[in-house]
Each structure stands twice: as C-alpha cells, then as structure tokens.
Design a binder for this molecule. Structure first.
Ligand code: GLN
Length: 561
C-alpha cells in the first residue's frame, strides 16, 4: 500500500478535504485504484451526535456509519463506497484501546499514548486501507489519508506521531506528504505572505514529518518569487509547490492539480511513474466547464431548520447540483428558515415572515430536507401545504416526508392535532411514530441507519419510472420515526399513495400524490448516493418537474430512448 497523507497548516477551513479528494481524482485518472481515510481528532466516536450547526451535515454510509461530511466528498469525487472504519476519530481509537485494556490484552502493562494509542492508529490505518471500496477485488494501490485539524493542535498529536512512525515503517517509496497551507495577502500592495506557511512547515518538521509537496491556498495565483521563497525556506522543490487559488467551482481543483503536474510529483515520490498513465480527465474537464457556462437557472426553495450554515445540508445541495447540471441548469437555492413562515413570526418578525413567503412563492419547487427536533416544523407544514395546494413540485426527504403526512392528515383528513410523536407525545392522532428496528428502550441504538431496501408497490408511479422501473432500490436511512402503519389505509383512501415499502410492508418508504404533478416524500436520503455524472433519480425528477419537463422525460425513458 502506498500512502498520500494530507495535513493542514495555518488555519482550518482551507479546503483540505477538497484538496485531498482532488488528489485522489487525479491519481485515479492515472489508472490507479484509490481509497481514502479521514482522521478526525475529536473525541466523539462518530459524527452522529454532532450538531450540523457546528460541524455541517452528518454523512451516512451504506453500512450505517454516521461520518464526517468529508467522506461524502470522497465518495462523490472518487465514486467509491466507503465504510464507517474509513473515518477514524480519537474516540474510536481510545475506545478500542480501553476495551482491550479491560479485556486484559495488555498483560499488566502500563497502557500509554505511545505505544498503545499510536499502535492502534497504525493498525487501523493499515487494515482499513486494504478494504476495497470501488467494487473490485483486492486492496487499492493508493490510500489518501486526510488528517483533520491543523498541525500543532494538541488533539492531533497522537495521530501525527503514529503517522510519523508509519512513514518510517512503510519506507520512502510508499509515503508522500502533502501539506496544505495558506498564503495570505496583506496591505495595499497586496504582498503574498509566506511566513505562516514557513512556520507550519517548521512545526511539522519538529514533529518528525517532512512535506514532499506544498499545496498553497490563495485568492490569486502564486507569484514566481513567492514560490521561490517557499521552496527555499520550506525545503520543498519548486516543482512540488502547488497552488490552489480560488476557482469558479470545486471541480476545477483536480484540473488545477493536473495542470501543475501534481501527479508527476506524487507518483515520483511513490515510485509509481512507471505503472501510471497520463491523467485522463476529459469528462471531468467537461463537467467543470459546463458548470461555469450555465446560464439558465431554476429556483429551489429549501425550507429547513439550519439555514445559516449551508454545509448542514451539503449532500442535498450537491445532489441538486448534479441533477441541475444534467438538465443544463444552474441551481439557485433560496434558503428559507422554516420558522419564518410560521404565524408567530408574522407578529414577532413581520419583515422576515413576508420575505420568507415571497421567496417560497417565487420558487419553481420546494424541498424540505431531513431534520431532528420540532423547531420550524409548523413552517415546514405550511410549505408542504402550499406546494400541495398549488401544484408546486415538492420533495420531502425523511423529515420532509413525515411533514407531508402530518399536513395531509390535518388538512385532508381533518385531524387537526395529527402529529409525529417526536413533536407531540400526547397527540390523539400520531400519524408518525417511533419505529426502531432494534430495542425500544435502549437509546443508543434506536436509529434506523444505513442502506435498506425499498420495494415498489406498483410500476405505475413517478418514482418507479424515475428509478428505471426496477423492482426495488437501496438507499441510505437515518431516522427513528416513521409513518404509523395504522393510518395508511385512511391516508390512501383520501388519495395519498405509499408506492414504496420495505420488505415487511410495514415501513412506508415512498409516498406520492397522484393528483399532483410531483409530490414525493421519501423516508430515506437519496442525496447520499448522488454522483456528479449520475444524479439521484429523485432529484432529477424533482428538477425536471420544476421546469415542466418531467412528463417528456418519463415518456422517453419508458420507450427506452
Ligand atoms: N426526526 C425524524 C426521525 O427521526 C427525521 C429524521 C431525518 O430527517 N433524518 O425519524
């Protein structure tokens, strides 16, 4: 196994994840098989318990792993399927070491950060990097490891030490370190400053790691003399100093790396030049350039709880982008804080209320994404009602599907207090209830997580056609609550149809409203499996419906065109 380690210096939020996945893309384009590991030095065992407000979305894998959103970037960029073990956290490592200690595996020894924690990190990396993630047999050629945080952080020290040991044990030819840093510009003259990078490289060296390449983030392209300075003071050949300046969209980053021959520098370090091909990135280039040149846009209203930080719904945003691009459209997402739509806000913040409604009414389609807790739920219900009554395409994902059911029960069945037992434990009409797969009482494991099968109940529905008339689909889940099986009959009598169910027939997976052009709710999260050139069928249908092209698409699909 050959390793490419990506570290970060100076500040966080440099786009280390995008850089690391772009390196993977370029290596893959050279004909190599690539896997990846993301190290998050925080103490949480996984991202499941972290707030999307603080840390962005929780990404869900096929195996049910709740992981950092960077793993989503890797899956999308490299078109791979990762496992929960591809995300290492301090919590996971310590837990495994403490468990071993309790079992008596260390035979009366003092258990210490060095060597026990560092050994556990090395073992984890070596065993996880060998798991195939691209559908082929046998381990990949290269594993890209991204170390979260900034070099010098207290919490990343055990990882740095473990990686130092790893670099030594696997040998020169099998280890390449790319350090991502920032080149700020100061003053009116706009001088590009190299000092912060010099310091962070010095810090890295003091910890025993030597960068082979520098990836410098900057607003404008690096000047020649900035590069020379960096080379001289950081002890990195000028040809190995890459510049990632601001680009119109992130798909340009692999191209930027290729244009600077990053692959040659990395392959040279890894002694892979003889087996690699020149990078084939024609498709990728076309995709990046198509995106830049799109002129027409479609307005999508996103009605959610966390609208301040768009990373909270990163995969939904990406899935919309993939779908829009395949329709030659630019997505124009209007973020609406669900609570602004509520009646209370008409009194407390009338301007925000009016603006939210105006935005909603100007949108071509409405999406209610997943979420937990009752904040904004009343606003989401109003949005779903507006979409249903005015024939506006609606896509409800997970919570968004539950919202559609509550709204329908209230407005059409006349059950005014219909609710989810998540929001109102005393509701007389619990149309959405707690339906864990495992124990009802043991909180830690009550979430229904990961890939599950949905069987289409009829071929005669929009979603079955969009998915290409298959019998079933497998999509990723992350929820505790579901539509109450006892109310299905009454809901269906009034026109709501549950066209997708799980294998037992008890769990409702997809709802449609046949009298509406596109009113779809799904209990799963289709956004996690959307890929740049393979948009999720549901997102594609949603965008086609928003632009009046759904029917034509379904017809041509049906005829096999
Ligand atoms: N809160 C809801 C549940 O637990 C929806 C979850 C979601 O949207 N991911 O079922």
């Amino acid at each position: 196994m050959k390793y490419v380690l990506v570290t970060g210096g100076v500040v966080s939020g440099l786009g280390k994840g995008v850089t690391a996945s772009s390196i993977g893309v370029v290596l893959k384009a050279c004909g190599l098989r690539v896997t990846s590991i993301k190290i998050d030095p925080y103490l949480n065992t996984d991202a499941g318990t972290m707030s999307p407000f603080e840390h962005g979305e929780v990404f869900v894998l096929d195996d049910g792993g709740e992981v950092d959103l960077d793993l989503g970037n890797y899956e999308r960029f490299l078109d791979v399927t990762l496992t929960k073990d591809n995300n290492i956290t301090t919590g996971k490592i310590f837990q495994s070491v403490i468990e071993k200690e309790r079992k008596g595996d260390y035979l009366g020894k003092t258990v210490q950060v060095v060597p026990h924690i560092t050994d556990a990190i090395k073992d984890w990396i070596e065993s996880v990097s060998a798991i195939p993630v691209d559908g082929k047999d046998g381990p990949a050629d290269v594993c890209v490891i991204e170390l979260g945080g900034t070099v010098g952080d207290i919490e990343s020290m055990p990882f740095i030490e473990a990686l130092r040991q790893l670099s030594f044990s696997v040998g020169q030819d099998n280890f390449c370190l790319v350090h991502v840093s920032l080149i700020p510009v100061l003053g009116v003259v706009g001088e590009q400053k190299t000092k912060p990078t010099q310091h962070s490289v010095r810090e890295l060296r003091a910890l025993g790691l030597t960068p082979h390449l520098l990836a410098c983030r900057s607003a404008q392209p690096l000047l020649e003399n900035t590069k020379e300075k960096l080379s001289q003071f950081c002890h990195v050949p000028a040809a190995n100093i890459l510049n990632i300046h601001d680009v119109p969209n992130i798909w340009h980053v692999p191209l930027l790396l290729r244009n600077q021959n990053a692959h040659d520098a990395i392959l040279n370090q890894l002694n892979l030049l003889s087996i690699a091909m020149p990078p084939a990135l024609q498709d990728w280039t076309m995709m990046a350039e198509t995106y830049d040149n799109l002129t027409n846009s479609v307005r999508i209203a996103m009605v959610g709880k966390y609208v301040g930080l768009t990373d909270s719904y990163l995969s939904v945003v990406k899935a919309l982008l993939h779908a829009c691009i395949s329709c030659s459209l630019k997505p124009s997402i209007d973020w609406i804080a669900a609570s602004d739509l509520e009646e209370d806000s008409a009194k407390s913040t009338p301007e925000a209320h009016a603006a939210a409604w105006e935005t909603l009414k100007n949108a071509a389609c409405i999406l209610v994404p997943g979420g937990f807790g009752d904040r904004g739920v009343r606003g989401m219900i109003l949005a779903a009602k507006y979409a249903r009554e005015n024939s506006i395409p609606y896509l409800g994902i997970c919570l968004g599907m539950q919202i559609a059911v509550i709204e329908f029960a209230r407005s059409v069945l006349g059950l005014e207090r219909a609710d989810s037992s998540e929001f109102d434990t005393d509701t007389p009409d619990p149309v959405v209830i707690f339906m864990p797969e495992g124990s009802r009482t043991h909180m830690g494991s009550t979430m229904r997580l990961g890939s599950r099968r949905t069987l289409f109940q009829t071929p005669d529905c929009i979603t079955a056609k969009l998915y290409g008339n298959t019998q079933y689909v497998e999509e990723r889940h992350r929820h505790r609550y579901e539509v109450n099986p006892e109310v299905i009959e009454v809901l269906e009598e009034k026109g709501l149809q549950f066209v997708g169910k799980d294998e037992t027939g008890k769990r409702m997976e997809i709802l449609e409203l046949p009298t509406h052009p596109f009113y779809v709710g799904v209990q799963f999260h289709p956004e996690f499996k959307s890929r740049p050139r393979r948009p999720s069928a549901l997102f594609l249908g949603f965008i086609l419906a928003a632009t009046g092209k759904l029917e034509a698409h379904l017809k041509s699909h049906q005829n096999g065109v």
